[in-house]
Design a protein around this ligand. Structure first.
Ligand code: 16G
Length: 245
């Protein structure tokens, strides 16, 4: 959280610039959920503004519900107010995405093994019904906060031993030269069933984003079908749109 902004002359009142700078740091994860903001005096020094200006910027963040002020303790990023912006144009793994934001990802494996494919897996992976599918169900957390519940399915010849997946599925696939080269994603809104809600520490029926990713090798063969339930209060999916030629 370096106030690099202050090296450039900005537009608008100073308090607004400082507000925008802190809000951006919260949005892109440089200031983490629950993190303490630098003390007023320090912010004023860093930003070379008066303490009145700092106070105005913080008051605006408090009014927007992004920051909590605790008497005698200071200002903190309000828990649960952090949104993670996930760009839709690059193919990244959960582990890489969190690492890039300075967050530590952990996974709790709920189930894994080789199974006969379910109908949706047969269709997505183009499998024969006699084939076997490697399936891993994981609860994925960032800095200890449950973020997503994912079920990844791959043809058994691509992942013969699902127990090999420790932290990152894509790391295992990359080592074998079988990581997806491109992927298609479908995003829809769902309400969590009781079991899913419990695992994500959310109330039953809570809204979630369902993201289904089908990953393909360069040859066009589908090798990954992941069905992930993501917390909509944390994730924003962002895509850049261009005018068609
Ligand atoms: C992401 C992918 C998921 C992939 C996983 C691999 C989305 C919506 N989904 O969660 O399809 O299987 O990353 O992550 O981005 P890993 O390598 O950390 O296990």
């Amino acid at each position: 959280f370096a106030p690099a902004l202050w090296h450039r002359p900005g537009r608008g009142p100073r308090y607004q610039q400082l507000h925008d700078h802190i809000a951006a740091a919260i949005r892109d994860g440089r200031l983490a959920d629950g993190a303490q903001l630098p003390p007023e005096r320090e912010l004023a020094e860093l930003a070379q503004v008066s303490r009145v200006t700092v106070r105005r910027a913080i008051t605006k963040l408090v009014a927007a519900g992004q920051v909590d002020q605790r008497r005698g303790a200071g200002s903190f990023v309000r828990r649960g107010s952090v949104k993670l912006e996930h760009t839709l144009s690059t193919l990244t793994s959960f582990t890489e995405y969190m690492r890039a934001r300075g967050l530590t990802s952990t996974s709790q494996v709920l189930a894994r093994g080789l199974f006969p494919p379910a109908p949706d897996e047969t269709v997505a992976l183009g499998l024969a019904t006699s084939a076997r599918v490697a399936r891993i169900e994981r609860l994925r957390s960032a800095d200890g906060v449950p973020m997503a519940l994912e079920r990844s399915s791959l043809p058994a010849d691509i992942l013969p031993d699902p127990d090999l997946v420790d932290l990152s599925l894509y790391t295992v696939l990359r080592a074998a030269g079988t990581a997806p080269h491109r992927a298609l994603q479908r995003i829809s809104a769902v309400n969590l069933a009781a079991r899913e809600a419990e695992r994500m520490a959310l109330p039953e029926g809570a809204a979630a984003l369902l993201i289904e990713r089908t990953g393909y090798l360069a040859s066009g063969r589908p090798i990954e079908f992941t069905r992930g339930l993501y917390r909509p209060d944390i994730y924003d999916f962002v895509a850049e749109l261009r005018l068609e030629d």
